[in-house]
Design a protein around this ligand. Structure first.
Ligand code: FES
Length: 326
């Protein structure tokens, strides 16, 4: 997909709005004419155009076997600059919103066994995974950590599900014996087991770092950061810099409020894009000179320290210019 293309958005009906937990609403979306929606698999997310015009990504959390509706959960994030607040305040049952087609950067691998880790609202893609794994008869366990039961979405649905006995809840304010112990939950590495984690950044970093310290290979660790894990508005207030392309007599100015990828594309330089949030790595470019300001979640800390690659969809420059290998 080219970044110069707009995602096509489809108007859908908000068929149901429910309060899933404190500060978490659930929306059930269906086609205006009742027709089936595009198929999806667990781990997929959709773009949702919020009433204030912002585009936000939400994981699909229903059962992927139901093509008649999409379900999403939205946490009201006090740190948000209007994204989740707009959804909570201005999306109503019976109304319309526009959404993009499902995209999946977090799909299930075929594995003998899966370990699912959800922190807070990160349950949304993980719940879809649990349903899909149950349907296929696969072996899995789900660890679901949250602050307190009243802030935990889908407790009743999980407890009533066919996979309830595979789920362990961990509440921060619960008894010590049930608290989340990442070492015990993850256990020794096993090449036939794949681990999936989604949730707040601190939780995810903890699970991923623990798995690595236990000897798990990166190939068996899968994760999806929420856009909210990238501080909203991080691209605001950013300064001007320029990009030079090695071997080409072209200097591309990147003004504040424009991403490097947008500036390159506007100047006829193709940039492959997918997530446009610094998550997937599709856009990574080699940096020959200059110091990037890394704002992605794709490159490792070691990669970032090397400063020889950057993600133009979201990262910028600390130096006045970057020389890019093109
Ligand atoms: Fe996904 Fe840039 S497009 S990291």
């Amino acid at each position: 997909m080219s970044g110069s293309e707009e995602h096509t958005l489809l108007a859908v009906r908000v068929r149901r709005r429910t309060q899933l937990a404190d500060d978490i609403i659930g929306l059930e979306l269906g086609a205006l004419d009742g027709a089936p929606l595009p198929a999806w698999a667990a781990g997929a997310h959709i773009d949702v155009e919020l009433p204030n015009g912002l585009l936000r990504q939400y994981s699909l959390c229903g059962d992927s076997a139901h093509t008649g509706r999409y379900e999403i959960g939205i946490l009201r994030d006090p740190a948000s600059r209007g994204g989740s607040a707009s959804a909570h305040d201005d999306i109503h049952e019976g109304g319309e919103v526009r959404i993009g087609a499902p995209r999946n950067l977090f799909g299930l691998r075929s594995a003998q066994r899966s370990l699912l880790f959800a922190g807070g609202i990160g349950i949304t893609p993980i719940l879809a995974m649990a349903q899909e794994l149950t349907r296929s008869g696969a072996d899995f366990r789900l660890h679901y950590a949250s602050r307190t039961p009243s802030r935990t979405a889908f407790i009743d649905r999980i407890n009533a599900s066919a996979f309830a006995d595979r789920v362990q809840f961990h509440f921060d304010d619960g008894a010590a014996a049930q608290r989340f112990d990442a070492v015990a939950a993850i256990g020794a590495p096993d090449p036939a087991t794949h681990l999936y984690v989604c949730g707040p950044r601190g939780y995810m970093d903890h699970v991923i770092a623990t798995a690595r310290s236990l000897g798990w290979r990166d190939d068996n660790i899968h994760f999806e950061y929420f856009a909210a894990a990238l501080a909203e508005g991080e691209v605001a207030g950013d300064g001007h810099f320029e990009i030079r392309l090695a071997g080409r007599d072209l200097v591309v100015p990147v003004p504040p409020g424009t991403t490097a990828a947008q500036a390159l594309i506007a100047n006829g330089v193709p940039v492959p894009l997918s997530c446009e949030q610094g998550i997937c790595g599709t856009c990574v470019m080699r940096v020959l000179e200059g110091v990037p300001e890394h704002r992605d979640l794709f490159l490792s800390d070691t990669d970032k320290a090397a400063n020889d690659r950057f993600t133009p969809c979201c990262s910028r420059a600390r130096s006045a210019s970057l020389l890019i290998d093109f």
